[in-house]
Design a binder for this molecule. Structure first.
Ligand code: IMP
Ligand code: MG
Length: 181
């Protein structure tokens, strides 16, 4: 696995620091609210697991699985499908969507649109990584861990063709890996 990585962008310690900063910001902002963390599967599981332990206010968690990319590195069609929906009723909840990376923005823009119809008290976005250059829809995250340039990154939950999610750091995949398709 390691041999497929061109370079490491964020190591374990840097990720820890980023997650701690987000956790304390969120804990401050959600005092006295009804926080529901919604992890967008599967990419955000590692981030979610670390982030929730840095949050010091009461919260509930739920999971939603949407699919867009298949095995490719680009969401060419913009089509998004709900593969697994939430179990929670959103009424009165302050929903915080937890995402691994904001790229074109199509996935979260769709998810936000769907969830808003369920009348949550509020809905915000927390993304570990942001690729602002790639945005095709007008969407901004309320909490951003770190910005990354337009390169395909893997690790710490992020995959390429379902692999590399278990790397403890975030790195760039060698180009030959995904140009083999
Ligand atoms: P969007 O709808 O284009 O914003 O796509 C967001 C989703 O695409 C993320 O949740 C990731 O699953 C995937 N994605 C986008 N860029 C990358 C990347 O660099 N590495 C791994 N997955 C990515
Ligand atoms: Mg993915």
């Amino acid at each position: 696995m390691k041999e497929d990585i061109e370079k490491v962008y964020y190591g374990k310690e840097e990720l820890d620091a980023v997650v701690k900063r987000l956790g304390s910001q969120i804990s401050e902002d959600y005092k006295g609210k009804n926080l529901l963390l919604v992890s967008i599967l599967k990419g955000s599981v590692v981030f979610m697991a670390d982030l929730m332990r840095e949050i010091t206010v009461p919260c509930e968690i739920d999971f939603m699985c949407v699919s867009s990319y298949g095995n490719s590195t680009e969401n060419k069609t913009g089509a998004v499908k709900i593969v697994k929906d939430l179990d929670s009723n959103l009424q009165g909840k302050d929903v915080l969507l937890v995402e691994d990376i904001l790229d074109s923005g199509r996935t979260l823009s769709y998810v936000c649109k769907v969830l808003k119809t369920r009348k949550p008290e509020s809905i915000k976005i927390c993304t570990l990584l942001d690729k602002p250059e790639r945005r095709v829809v007008d969407l901004k995250a309320d909490y951003v861990g770190a910005k990354v340039p337009d390169e395909f990154v893997v690790g710490y939950g992020l995959d390429y063709a379902e692999k590399y999610r278990n790397l403890p750091y975030i790195g760039v995949l060698k180009e030959e890996i995904y140009s083999e398709e």
